[in-house]
Design a protein around this ligand. Structure first.
Ligand code: NG1
Ligand code: ZN
Length: 525
């Protein structure tokens, strides 16, 4: 065990005294200036997690949709999932321990988890395109080597690519090959196979404007394009390293500002680490129309439900949403589609776990982060039906489409590139335009605002964050404001990634949604 080397190495990554950070909705996230010691310590923790699980663990250096000056880090568990809540707790403890107690804190975790330090450790590291990424990922690598772990530095990759790679490694290639090329091959093969079923697509239908948020998604889309053999013509914008990451572009900008950074009939935007996607278009009158995570969940679950019926498979499908899901989407899914809908707290780890409870769990946050999970049993039934010689042609076609769709989906985490290919496939197979898709249901006008308060943690929530428990009186105030409007709903919650309180409101008109959001913001102060 090389614990002694920590003594010397830790001096290179000192913790500023008194600085306390928390492992939030998606890891640590703050101004990159404050993160050097966090990265080193997450390298240490990932090594312990690897020894404990006897598996490869991922460490992704990214701050997703946050401004370019920020950065962050999150750990990826063996199956490509987010690390467990207990280890999130260790991460916070280790991050906030003052320099002279670092070794003691590590020993505590080793003891509590009964970790055999003679086990080998293997860590996959990746980063997005932020300028701070290079030195911060070096700090992670330093942390791993301090405990004698082995690293594979993938350099610039999207967050979902690193999740995919970790899963491939720990399933010994069953999920695919753990290389960026393996990822492109797996997804493109499935996409080409699926779009063969929609041979009459016009060139216009194959053309898609992609806003890369000036981030890693643009870079990786360019790498992937040749694999798609012109079956999708991607026109990239905000793809330069000179443009500022997430600035006036990207999925978060489009969703929250409800504005298009590019004008066209069929556009989509990735976020800074390419794990989120939203679609939109501008109509002939110049009006902007958004197709967010709720619309994506509706499109995909409708397609899968139809295939299940055609294949004669009795598998339970459900959609998992959060409080931010537009009320119209929930109503459409439950009342028209007759699909079970479940609501969890914000943060993909919550949605992911809820989706694992079903044969097929489609989960999407309204902001466009999501994927589809197929249970092992469901995948087995689908594979067996493909091979069954007694399956008639109609059933066989449906079940083969299901099988290829599974290969097209990155089941480890929401993935902008994979989701984009799934959406393009569904639109092609169903012969739908983005306008047809938009018309499935009409969103309730809504508004999201950020409020800065001295301590956002005074707000505590319940009921999947839809009601505030503290401070006293806040929920009553929200309730009485909501009552003034028709088909209205509003809630507040502290953000887990920024130092703000988020306010959400929806109502019968945009003016009323804006007014309600503003009034609720004033109640938060
Ligand atoms: P916070 O900052 O906790 O609201 C945001 C998003 C989440 C999730 C995380 C991780 C909203 C309202 N919140 O979390 O959905 O994507 O970032 O990136 O969009
Ligand atoms: Zn992201």
């Amino acid at each position: 065990m090389k614990m002694n080397s920590i003594h010397s190495c830790r001096k290179l990554h000192p913790k500023p005294e008194g600085l306390a950070l928390q492992y939030g909705t998606a890891g640590f996230r703050t101004d990159a200036k404050h993160l050097d010691h966090i990265m080193f310590r997450m390298g240490l923790l990932a090594t312990l997690r690897s020894k404990k699980t006897k598996s490869t663990i991922g460490v992704m250096v990214t701050a997703s949709h946050n401004p370019e000056e920020d950065n962050g880090v999150k750990l990826i568990d063996p199956m490509g999932e987010m690390v467990t809540a207990v280890w999130e707790g260790y991460a916070t403890q280790l991050a906030n321990t003052e320099q002279d107690s670092l070794l003691k804190e590590l020993k505590d975790i080793i003891e509590k988890e009964d970790i055999d330090m003679s086990e080998p450790a293997s860590i996959y590291v990746g980063k997005d395109t932020r300028p701070s990424g290079a030195s911060l990922s070096r700090a992670v690598l330093d942390g791993v080597s301090s405990l004698g772990g082995k690293t594979h530095d993938y350099g610039l990759v999207t967050t979902p690519q690193l999740h995919y790679m970790v899963c491939c490694c720990n399933t010994h290639g069953c999920y695919g090959s753990p290389t960026v090329e393996g990822y492109y091959q797996k997804l493109s093969q499935a996409f080409l196979q699926l779009t063969q079923n929609a041979s009459n697509r016009t060139d216009d239908q194959k053309r898609l404007l992609v806003d890369g948020a000036n981030g890693i998604g643009a870079l990786k889309m360019r790498e992937m394009e040749p694999f798609l053999r012109s079956k999708l013509q991607v026109v990239l914008s905000n793809d330069s390293s000179s443009g500022k990451l997430n600035h006036m572009c990207g999925a978060d900008y489009v969703k929250v500002q409800q504005k298009a950074p590019q004008v066209g009939e069929c556009c989509c935007s990735f976020d800074g680490d390419a794990d989120r996607i939203v679609y939109y278009y501008t109509d002939s009158k110049g009006c902007f129309h958004l197709l967010d995570g709720d619309k994506i969940a509706t499109l995909i679950s409708t397609y899968l439900k139809e295939l299940l019926t055609q294949a004669g498979l009795n598998l339970q499908i459900a959609v998992v949403q959060t409080a931010y899901a537009n009320g119209s989407s929930t109503r459409y899914l439950e009342d028209v589609m007759k699909v079970a809908v479940c609501c969890t707290k914000t943060g993909v780890k919550h949605l992911h776990h809820a989706a694992q409870e079903y044969d097929i769990g489609v989960y999407f946050e309204a902001n466009g982060h999501g994927t589809v999970l197929f249970s092992k049993a469901a995948q087995k039934q689908i594979q067996e039906l493909v091979k069954d010689p007694n399956t008639n042609d109609e059933r066989k076609r449906a079940v083969k489409l299901l099988e290829s769709t599974i290969n097209l989906i990155n089941q480890t985490v929401g993935d902008a590139i994979s989701d984009m290919l799934v959406i393009e496939t569904v639109l092609a197979i169903r012969g739908m335009s983005v306008q047809d898709w938009h018309a499935i249901y009409t969103d309730l006008p809504n508004r999201q605002l950020k409020v800065t308060v001295s301590d956002r943690r005074v707000i505590d929530t319940t009921d999947a964050e839809r009601r505030a428990v503290t401070p006293e009186g806040l929920q009553d105030a929200i309730d009485s404001l909501v009552k003034k409007y028709k088909t209205a709903r509003s809630f507040v919650r502290p953000s887990g990634t920024e130092d703000v309180v988020r306010v959400y409101a929806e109502a019968d008109t945009q003016e009323n949604a804006d007014r309600l959001a503003h009034e609720v913001s004033l109640a938060v102060y």
